[in-house]
Design a protein. Structure first.
Length: 357
């Protein structure tokens, strides 16, 4: 049987090699057929929340919920945390999609786009008073940019009465996030958590939950207040992805503290960028390292070069991530996620270094 392909796609991406055994363990323990109101599930849910707090340093007074996807988190935020409007700062496709999704649910969503090689511009005093929430994409998967924590801190200090919501889809569980800098954080598990797609983690501050209570929205199965009611019993409002919750528990149990993970990814980030920079007729999409994502590294070339690199990598058992949006045909994205082993990364580096420079 041939060796499985190594996926450097930035989501869904490589899962941890322990996942098949953990699935077997879940089956043998009867969890795949366990009732989601049972004590067996409650114990898994309780332990998963405990491990998330412990390994990612999530504050004890922040609430943690399970959702089906980051896209569902967009819906929950606009339904339950926004009554009059929101402001969306973005420089890529997923931040823009969040803005357009919010527009479907509340017409007072306002867009504040900025450029790829520009730091997120700090909001000035012209932000409308009626805007309750500021939306920021911490790690833009489409173009490999990231927002510095100091910018998040300044926004929160400048607008203490507005909620700050952060899309951390391709950075949570890879980067050491300071959760106190924002009120809402969310991420899907198919990226830095190293799990199969089909679940997301949503994290809310006490201020966010107080605001949800003031709005009082309870009209949907995924209304935040309803999620809170059920999570007080370590349960969900719907039949959840029990397997992925169990897998998340097992993965977080084996993971080190997030600061250890981040340090490893930083080292690999520098090595990968150096290898890419040596390729002929190729350039890194984001030149300024201060604007770069730690976990998604994109580079550009002419279409024929991109097609050639993708094909050669596949022959050697590696899947490179396609570009996204306007860079789909002329770029590749490399995932630098924790589930990829050092041996996987070394194999990719050796491949890159054997290409013409």
């Amino acid at each position: 049987m041939p060796d499985p392909m190594i996926s450097f796609y930035p989501g869904p991406s490589q899962v941890y090699p322990e996942v098949p055994q953990f699935v077997k363990d879940a089956y043998e323990a009867g969890l795949l057929s366990a009732n989601h109101r049972s004590q067996e599930f409650v114990e898994v849910s309780m332990n998963t929340l405990r491990l998330l707090r412990e390994k990612l340093n999530i504050p004890e007074d922040y609430s943690i919920f399970f959702a089906s996807s980051a896209t569902e988190c967009w819906e929950i935020i606009s339904q339950s945390l926004v009554k009059t409007g929101s402001c969306h700062f973005y420089n890529g496709a997923f931040g823009e999609k969040w803005y357009h999704y919010a527009l479907k649910l509340q017409p007072n969503a306002m867009a504040y786009p900025f450029t790829l090689e520009q730091a997120l511009p700090l909001p000035d005093e012209t932000l409308p008073d009626w805007a309750e929430l500021i939306a920021v994409t911490h790690n833009e998967t489409s173009n490999g940019t990231a927002v510095d924590r100091r910018i998040l801190a300044t926004i929160k200090k400048q607008y203490p009465d507005k909620l700050l919501a952060v899309d951390a889809t391709s950075s949570m569980a890879g980067a050491a996030l300071d959760f106190l800098l924002a009120d809402v954080w969310y991420a899907s598990v198919q990226k830095c958590f190293g799990l199969p797609a089909g679940m997301a983690v949503l994290i809310c501050s006490p201020q966010a939950m107080d605001h949800a209570a003031k709005i009082g929205e309870r009209n949907h199965y995924n209304s935040l207040l309803y999620l809170q009611d059920m999570m007080q019993k370590y349960q969900t409002t719907y039949t959840p992805n029990v397997l992925n919750i169990y897998l998340l528990m097992r993965i977080m149990d084996m993971r080190p503290d997030i600061r250890v993970t981040e340090q490893k990814l930083k080292q690999r980030f520098g090595q990968l960028r150096q290898c890419i920079a040596k390729l002929s007729d190729v350039r890194l999409l984001v030149q300024d390292e201060g604007l770069c994502s730690l976990t998604v590294i994109p580079f550009m070339a002419k279409k024929h070069k991109i097609d050639e690199l993708r094909s050669l990598a596949k022959e050697q058992g590696m899947v490179l991530g396609n570009g996204y949006g306007k860079w789909k045909e002329t770029s590749l994205r490399i995932a630098n996620f924790p589930a990829l082993s050092d041996a996987n990364i070394l194999r990719l580096q050796q491949f890159l270094l054997t290409q013409p420079s």
